[in-house]
Design a protein around this ligand. Sequence first.
Ligand code: OXT
Ligand code: ADP
Ligand code: MG
Length: 878
Amino acid sequence: MSDMKLKPISNDFTIKDHLYGVLRDHILGIDIYGSDEDLRLDERQLASQLGVSRTPIREVLARLAQDGLVEIIPRKGVFIHRKTMTEILDMVITWAALESMAARLVTIHASDDDLLLLRRFAQGAVGESNSIPISEYSDANVTFHQTILELSGCALLKTTTDQLFMQMAAIRRRAIHEDDRASKSVSDHMQIIDALEARNADLASNLVREHTMRLHDHIKLRWTVFSNSENKTESDEHEHEHENHIVTEFSKSTQDKANAGEDSVAMAQSDLSMSQSTNETPNLKTIKDTKEEHSMSDQAAANQDTETDVSTLTDGFHLVVDALKLNDINTIYNVPGIPITDLGRIAQAEGMRVISFRHEQHAGYAASIAGYLTKKPGVALTVSAPGFLNGLTALANATTNCFPMILISGSSEREIVDLQQGDYEEMDQLAIAKPLCKAAFRVLHAEDIGIGIARAIRAACSGRPGGVYLDLPAQLFSQVMDAEKGKQSLVKVIDPAPAQLPSPAAITRAVDVLKTAKKPLMIIGKGAAYAQEDELIKTFVEKSGIPYLPMSMAKGLLPDDHPQSAAAARSLVLKEADVVILVGARLNWLLSHGKGKTWGASGAKRFIQIDIEPREMDSNVEIAAPLVGDIGSCLELLNEALGSSWQKPSDDWTGTINAKKSGNLEKMASKLMSNAVPMDYHGALGSMRQVIKDNPDVILVNEGANTLDFARSIIDIYKPRHRIDVGTWGIMGIGQGASVAAAVETGKSVLAIEGDSAFGFSGMEIETICRYNLPVCIVVFNNNGIYRGTDKNPTGGDDVAPTVFVKDSRYDMMMQAFGGEGVYATNTDELGRAVREALASGKPTLVNAIIDENAGTESGRIGNLNPQSIVMQNKAKS
Ligand code: OXT
Ligand code: ADP
Ligand code: MG
């Protein structure tokens, strides 16, 4: 068998090579010097037309920019590069010189057969009728000149002119259409061939040079328009009118090429898009096949030369992901859309967990609860204006609750937004976010992404934690930079929440105040739960012997059945205590601002407050001993200062508390046995109380009014951070977001007990729970409305009262619609059984618990906050 001359297949071949070749051919095929050409390349449309993601397109465009074929203009886009007049004329002169030298060499090196072929080619281009089909001739003209370079036999001359040739092809293509240049060109070509065949080097060389220099003169004379034609602004103006032009042309040209035998490229592209849509590895066979074809062409070799350059680039998308990962943030809660869809995709591809919600508010709540549970900022990701606004409620709520969270929103073109010129989803998001969060930043340049994310993390976690807004304009994501420099620009935040030690004097002062107490009380808030200093808290409580009151989300920091818990004697301890030590709890509305009837005789109390935020001190009443510092440091020093012989509170005080507790517990116990049908709150929650007692690892999420208030006092919690609720704002709608985050961040099962109104705020997110198959059991306390389902329209009209819903709504069927378990429970047995089964199976479940619509009270236990209408009261009396 004779030796087969096959080139080896390159191992470096990638689909990007295909894209590069296809895009380059397309650009070279465009009449870029035609006056009406739109030179803008729309990355999104290219990606969609080619059925690939934007990432390879972006990389290929970067390569084309290196080749000088396209220009990436920040904030404007990607444009096919059009040379200036001076550059064009210089290029033509250079070409004339080189081709003229090539012609000289052709007379020496080309065979007679080669020249005969050239003659036939030139004649064929004109056609038998001698009429010139101009567009075909234009291509033939270009080929004629390239052939002279090839026939010169000087490989270096050919490769030296390759780049120049790309630009020259487009110039010749335009010129050939002007001033009857085609027929002049035909006669020039024939004369050149005559001279070449006559092996007359001087004549051939002169003819070739003069022919090209005539092009030079023509351009100089006729193309004055091009002296200022590299006008991106002009194409900007027509951007939307022309947006589809190139892409349509492009897909047409791709199609043509596929028909003309380049179908391997098209096949590889379609394989890639298929594999992307099914999430499978690309079809290796097809890519390998196409690899073979391409590796046999010089073009592929050239592509491979530049491949290494491209692999040294990174872009804004990847820098954001890398910066988050570097800081151990591995989950994003988001709703995809322009301009952050690819960010989510890339994050997932890079190994992050990306949880997509149906509405940004719930992604935001999830992020804030992730922050609360982990002490690392939870990240929510949204689109611009409306998505940003949807996420903003959650950001503000996180700030109010002191949860660390970062809301990242894509935003629109700064220049257009600032001039209010009506951009897509235009909004000055940074300005709007600023007053609603702890800090707000915008990143404009890829090299600042690392520092921007570091600032956001530190701002969210340090001191009093809170929400941070990070504005990332769309153009930032596609900015490219050297990968190594990009890596160096990332910042790992060292010690994001540094310990803050109280002064020794503050500790002494606090201990001195505590020593004076006859009836001390400790109030533990969710700041203490957040701090994760559980052991130090337990030590302080038990060493000091002080009764404590947990705020709702601090329940479980010590188990609710701890003998020192005064939860069931709340009114009494608040009224009677003489010294109150607050640990991570604010004297806000939930504590009646530390004054008034709830707190007994005015001026009879002294407060010690541990808080990381200095301005919290004296916010409502005088703080006798402020302990400004982190809870861990403060308690460590306090525990030390208590010494080994601390005088615990008197039996008098603890005895009074215990008596009140027993009374309340007894009262409650009998109610919890209720088997009423329809269920009342006590009966239903009594059954849930036992479920949590038997499954203390389950995280309880709780929202509603009556559903919230009854559950808070009825359901004991046994472990820290195992109760998540409506927080400082009493906000409805946290249910599903909090449940998702609790399940995702801890891997534990979640039981969410929600009023039917509360559930409705994020009801659609049950699809999210089903989609990710999370171990979440939702119990909807269905009493047909807000607070109660019994209100009537006083006018007797058709509309129901404002607080009333559709009676007997089948929320369980909603869950079934998404493949979860839906259970309809009318009594406590059915309810208890359904929830236990759900927790055992880990399957997403919704139990529709039918509650007596008369059972609740207006606004649960905070009805006193409703303003009263004197007119309404008078009407009711008469
Ligand atoms: O000591 P005393 O004798 O006083 O007794 C106390 C304790 O000692 C005792 N106790 C116990 N006894 C026995 N055993 C145990 N284990 C025990 N533990 C305690 O019980 C009592 C009471 O104790 P508690 O609860 O600790 O004390 P108290 O006095 O209640 O505490 C005061 C507060 C203020 C700390 C507490 O009440 C509290 O934390 N409240 C939070 C209230 C809250 O945030 N509510 C939510 C907001 S209400 C309203 O705004 C709603 N909206 C409007 C809306 C909202 N919020 N958000 C948005 C975005 N849009 C609109 C809406 C739409 S609620 C709502 C929907 C409601 O309808 P649903 O259908 O969802 O719900 P249902 O009402 O069920 O129908
Ligand atoms: P609750 O609603 O449970 O009463 P709040 O949200 O009102 O709790 O109060 C929490 C408090 O805890 C805030 O004032 C916050 O500054 C504080 N805090 C949060 N983390 C820490 C910490 N690590 N050290 C000290 N204080 C903290
Ligand atoms: Mg209700």
